[in-house]
Design a protein. Structure first.
Length: 307
């Protein structure tokens, strides 16, 4: 299992220089990838273009870009331009449906037929990334378009998938899934079997399963768990995440966080690998500076020794 870092919490700070420093440190520390969410008014893909000189070989990935706000032709052009700017650095274009309250209540858009929306989105997006041309008429999206690609390096496409239908779409059509707030039991019994089965049926290779969770080396896991329940409270309420927490048999977001001693954190990460996780993107979380430094130190050790 590869270990990456999810830098999305850095978006809480109004300091783009801090974001760059975070990426530089991640590269220096040997992380396999650097993931960034599309939230607020900081554009994840545009941010990557400013980091093209950082971490040769380190993968950059969006976790994730909501699809409803961007036509797939627009996202294809932006993703290919970002891939061109990054050169040989791998780029993962992680996309997701977001949530009905966000799409309808915050943005005033329709969230009807989300699975059909996702299929049509991929039918337009993927040919453009692969060849620069598409001719498709769907229910949600239609595109008859061809253009010159700025690079022949196709970004890898992955989908945030939790429900059974979306997992099957992701497994059959993309390179994998990007998870958030999903515990080991749910990966082993729900995510991995459905993804792998769908990929096999479609004749695709084994899909990547990127799992992102808060992680903290601490002597007081109960305090950190309580803090995580407060910070990540919304994820215990949004229906899709609530369903995953219920599958896991836990009360709230803090219960799927990986908190404890170095030995306990390492054992939990190894357990995720056994469940089918191919990549762990750590959201470093803590209530004190010594916890943050201890967490980073352990992750660096695991990168060196393997999980």
């Amino acid at each position: 299992m590869q270990i990456a870092v999810n830098a999305s919490s850095e978006l809480l700070h109004d300091d783009f220089g801090r974001l760059r420093s975070h990426a530089e440190q991640a590269a220096d520390d040997g992380f396999a990838g650097w993931w960034l969410a599309q939230v607020g008014l900081v554009d994840a893909l545009t941010s990557f273009t400013t980091l093209a000189d950082v971490g040769p070989g380190m993968e950059f990935g969006t976790a994730v870009i909501p699809t409803f706000q961007r036509h797939p032709t627009s996202l294809a052009s932006q993703a290919l331009t970002t891939a061109a700017a990054l050169g040989n650095r791998p780029l993962v274009l992680g996309i997701g449906l977001s949530h009905r309250p966000v799409i309808e209540d915050m943005l005033g858009l329709s969230f009807e037929k989300p699975v059909r929306h996702l299929i049509d989105y991929l039918e337009v997006l993927q040919p453009l990334l692969e060849t620069g041309a598409v001719s498709y008429a769907g229910d949600a999206f239609t595109a008859h378009f061809a253009g010159t690609r700025p690079t022949e390096r196709r970004p890898s496409v992955m989908v945030a998938a939790l429900g059974e239908q979306v997992l099957r779409v992701a497994g059959r059509r993309t390179d994998g899934t990007i998870l958030w707030m999903v515990g080991r039991k749910t990966v082993a019994e729900h995510i991995a079997p459905r993804m792998n089965e769908a990929a096999t049926e479609a004749g695709r290779g084994t899909p990547r399963i990127v799992c992102s969770l808060p992680v903290c080396v601490t002597s007081d896991p109960d305090a950190v768990r309580g803090a995580a329940d407060q910070v990540f409270e919304i994820y215990g309420q949004l229906p899709s995440y609530r369903a995953m927490l219920d599958r896991e048999g836990v009360a709230g977001p803090g219960d799927v966080g990986i908190f404890g001693t170095e030995e306990e954190v390492a054992a939990n990460l190894a357990s995720l690998a056994e469940a089918g996780v191919t990549d762990f993107a750590a959201v470093e979380f803590g209530t004190a500076a010594d916890e943050s430094s201890a967490t980073r130190a352990l992750l660096k050790d695991l990168i060196r020794t393997g999980v």
